[in-house]
Ligand binder design. Structure first.
Ligand code: AFP
Length: 333
């Protein structure tokens, strides 16, 4: 370990201007860090440990559950068993919140999370992620979670862990975005980039273009526009991994646009796939903290008020220029 190495904990303890008091943030991120290490280690060997494939169950979203979805969700519950100052765990994989009632005091937090994002990639050794969002619980609220059903602008911290060739953790607590790389030789997340800024314009776009016939005409116009640029300086390349974390990570570092538009249903309404509170709000906070933007096509995502914990929304996220372009094209009808 070099004398210059800054571990995640050291960094959190010295970071100024965060929305979460340093002590609380350190306690929460120390747990998230353990979760990241546990999951990274298991993913690396899951193919030879019988960890791939489905459980045979469906989750609250009506999707088939993979063994790793179930296991990673359990890792959160287990690691936050003595959660102080985290009192509530709210997961994409669970219908109801789980509470650590002993710790639901005046100064407590909820962690909302997608334990394994991009789970279609598990069986092909593709990139995967974990997304987390931290919200302050309102004083006096025990197990009712209506205090959590607030816009994403109420988040006090958010981040993700990307399991790629290397494992990286990005987070913001309202004072910029910092990225750490897991150094396996010392089993520590080490600071890699501080106060990351997303370029104002990027050269890639990410979308499941196979769904194009289901999108609103505005989205098709946007894709036509993006794919019709002829000169190298204004044209775009398509990049899509099937894992939001991996695609967003590219946008964060190099700029560009990630979108998951609403699909127009037979009644003419458009519906997003990605989950507002577990996936979109945390990434929107990171994007804005890095100078980028996040929209549902009509308004700033962080202003959208959820009606329920498992709400979905369309998303256009990334460089400010591309997100503004999407909004101008009236992508959501
Ligand atoms: P899971 O987390 O349920 O695996 O879903 C992945 C995801 O929410 C997001 O990570 C991807 O960008 C998107 O769905 C992929 O969806 P499509 O397969 O429909 O393109």
């Amino acid at each position: 370990m070099s004398a210059q190495t800054t571990t995640l904990l050291r960094h959190v303890l010295t970071r100024k201007g965060t929305l979460v008091p340093t002590g609380d943030l350190a306690l929460i991120l120390e747990r998230v860090e353990i979760i990241g290490k546990r999951i990274a280690r298991e993913l690396a060997r899951s193919s030879i440990r019988g960890g791939l494939g489905y459980t045979g169950e469906t989750n609250v979203q009506g999707e088939e559950v993979k063994k790793l979805d179930e296991w990673t969700n359990w890792v959160f519950l287990d690691t936050f068993e003595r959660g102080d100052p985290v009192c509530s765990l709210i997961s994409e994989e669970m219908e109801q919140a789980e509470h650590r009632t002993g710790t639901c005091g005046a100064n407590s937090y909820a962690v909302l999370y997608d334990p394994l994002d991009g789970s279609s990639n598990t069986d092909i050794n593709g990139s995967l992620g974990t997304i987390f969002s931290i919200r302050k619980r309102a004083p006096g609220h025990g197990t009712a979670v209506d205090d959590i059903l607030k816009p994403g602008s109420e988040q006090v911290a958010a981040g993700y862990i990307l399991y790629g060739p290397g494992t990286q953790l990005a987070y913001t607590a309202g004072a910029g975005v910092d990225i750490f790389t897991l150094d396996p030789t010392i089993d520590q997340f080490v600071l890699w980039r501080e106060n990351v800024k997303m370029p104002r314009r990027g050269a890639t776009y990410s979308v499941n273009q196979g769904n194009i016939t289901k999108f609103h005409p505005g989205v098709r116009k946007l894709i036509d526009h993006i794919t019709s640029r002829k000169d190298k300086s204004t044209s775009y390349s398509l990049r899509y991994t099937g894992a939001f974390v991996a695609d967003f990570h590219r946008c964060l570092l190099e700029g560009g646009l990630f979108m998951y538009p609403g699909e127009v249903t037979p009644d003419g309404k458009s519906k997003g796939k990605l989950r507002l509170m577990y996936e979109l709000d945390p990434m929107a906070m990171l994007a804005e903290q890095a100078g980028g933007k996040a929209s549902n096509g009509r308004k700033r995502l962080l202003d959208v008020v959820p009606a329920g914990l498992h709400d979905r929304q369309p998303i256009y996220i990334g460089s400010a220029d591309e997100v503004e372009l999407a909004e101008r094209m009236e992508v959501e009808g």
